[in-house]
Design a protein around this ligand. Structure first.
Ligand code: GLN
Length: 488
């Protein structure tokens, strides 16, 4: 029999319904896996008692015939989602001791659907990063290794703990957030599926804010179907978030197998960037052939402002972050470092509470918003953002989805890029444009590089057209037949 931790979420759902095992057994199997994999540092807070209590409640609901769509499914929650009564750190020292008295809408919906909470997953501090090395709680170690090389690798970021936990079979699925790629890129690095929904599809209420016009919650899972199931529970309008949209949530599972016959797939020529490894290029080509073989019409398209997306993002995101992070002042939340005056207390608290990358973003954000530079940087970036969005609007008049690589490389070693912020930011070249445009994007594990590390392909869709994105993703997943798994 397959180990309970190896099941997909969909298979576990069936097994639970058929009473082949209980939610309690499923939770226990995952808690054991979690203990064994502590070296990955995937969790900031483990909640085993909560998991067992959730599982017992789930078994009781099932025996009364009241099981919900995710009943008994053990999941990890990125520690950026506020969870009532459970420490929430955002990977930062400044939230030291913070226990929210409220629950984020997305996690509340997951618990309502019956999911079981395993713990709070590690992340880059305030979700700023692409490698999960900026967490105050230490880096997350990927369960993957290069063949014949034992150096620890990054899981990607910022949802690195979520990705590592799902890849290492500690959690069946996890929540992540994606501002410029933080669900899709760690999914690609970790050999799993990651879906960033359309901006407004999931409520941001109760998620610690990084860049409010970009932040979006979404699932990480081991199959496209599992991601679709999780999204179905997470999505929906929320009166508490004015940017969440009131379009009905479709049944994402229903159209998964519809195939790609007649689907028009755009291949943006501007994504052929200099210095892209040949194997990423080759995988992209294979993805094109897979979809063509499935009956899709492949069309080269142009997204002319692609090269400006990354610099634009690194103005808009820090600007919003500098404003959002002003609330951490030693008065309202978490850490307080006393000083001789109120100003000194603010400065001491923020100096001690924020790490280097967060401080860098606050400085950049404050600079681009300051009088004299606002027009030159921030306003200009807003205009370029509109052009990036328009590129996609024009492309989607001709095609139904866009296919690209998810990231320009496979996972790198811990420490390899952490001294060079620009090299780190370049990880996001392929994910940031869809973020700026607010579009749904998914990463599907599609192959291995020469060292045996996973590579992902990304599909981007029209606003709220997650069904088509998931449908094309299923076709890619089937054609790729990715079965590799980490050894650790
Ligand atoms: N890596 C990007 C950044 O550092 C994206 C992070 C994210 O999506 N949260 O900003």
């Amino acid at each position: 029999m397959t180990a309970l931790t190896d099941l997909t979420l969909a298979a576990a759902r069936e097994g639970l319904a058929a009473k082949r095992f209980s939610a309690r057994e499923l939770a226990e199997a995952h808690l054991t896996a979690m203990e064994r994999a502590r070296a990955l540092n995937a969790f900031i807070t483990e909640t085993p008692e909560r998991a067992l209590a959730d599982a017992a409640a789930s078994d009781a609901r099932r025996s009364r015939g009241e099981a919900g769509p995710l009943d008994g499914i053990p999941i990890a929650v990125k520690d950026l989602f506020c969870t009532a009564g459970v420490a929430t750190t955002a990977g930062s020292h400044i939230l030291h001791g913070f226990r929210p008295t409220y629950e984020s809408t997305v996690t509340a919906k997951l618990w309502q659907a019956g999911a079981v909470m395993l713990g709070k997953a590690n992340l880059d501090e305030f979700a700023m990063g692409s490698s999960n090395e900026t967490s105050h709680h230490g880096p997350v170690v990927s369960p993957w290794r290069r063949r014949g090389d034992n150096r620890p690798l990054v899981p990607g970021g910022s949802s690195g703990g979520s990705a590592a936990a799902v890849a290492a079979r500690i959690a069946m699925g996890a929540t992540g957030t994606d501002t410029g790629g933080s669900i899709r890129q760690p999914a690609a690095f970790s050999g799993i599926v990651g879906l960033k929904p359309t901006y407004g599809r999931c409520s941001r209420w109760g998620i610690v804010a990084f860049a409010s016009s970009l932040d979006q919650a979404g699932p990480l899972a081991r199959s496209v179907r599992d991601a679709a199931i999780l999204l179905g529970a997470m999505a929906g309008h929320d009166p508490k978030d004015s940017t969440s949209v009131a379009t009905p949530v479709p049944d994402y599972e229903q159209t998964l197998q519809a195939g790609v016959k007649g689907l028009r797939v755009g291949i943006p020529r501007e994504y052929r960037v200099d210095g892209m490894p040949v194997e990423v290029e080759a995988l992209w080509q294979r993805g094109i052939e897979w979809l063509r073989a499935g009956g899709a019409a492949i069309e080269e398209i142009s997204l002319p402002h692609t090269r400006y997306a990354l610099p634009t993002y690194y103005i808009v995101a820090p600007a919003e972050a500098s404003s959002n992070l002003a609330r951490y002042d030693g008065v309202r939340y978490g850490l307080r470092v006393p000083g001789g005056s109120v100003d000194a207390m603010y400065a001491n608290t923020r100096g001690a509470g924020f790490g280097r990358e967060v401080r860098r973003r606050i400085l950049i954000g404050t600079y681009v918003l300051s009088a004299g530079y606002y027009d030159a940087y921030y306003r200009k970036a807003q205009r370029v953002r509109a052009l990036v969005r328009r590129d996609f609007d024009q492309a989607f008049a001709r095609v139904d989805v866009v296919l690209t690589p998810t990231a320009p490389s496979a996972a790198f070693a811990i420490g390899e890029k952490s001294g060079d912020p620009i090299a780190m930011y370049l990880n996001d070249v392929f994910t940031v444009p869809a973020s700026l445009a607010g579009l749904p994007g998914i990463s599907v594990p599609a192959g291995l590089d020469a060292h045996g590390l996973p590579l992902g392909l990304q599909l981007i869709g029209r606003p709220f057209d997650e069904p088509t994105v998931l449908q094309a993703a299923t076709a890619l997943e089937t054609a790729a037949g990715f079965t590799a798994r980490p050894e650790v």
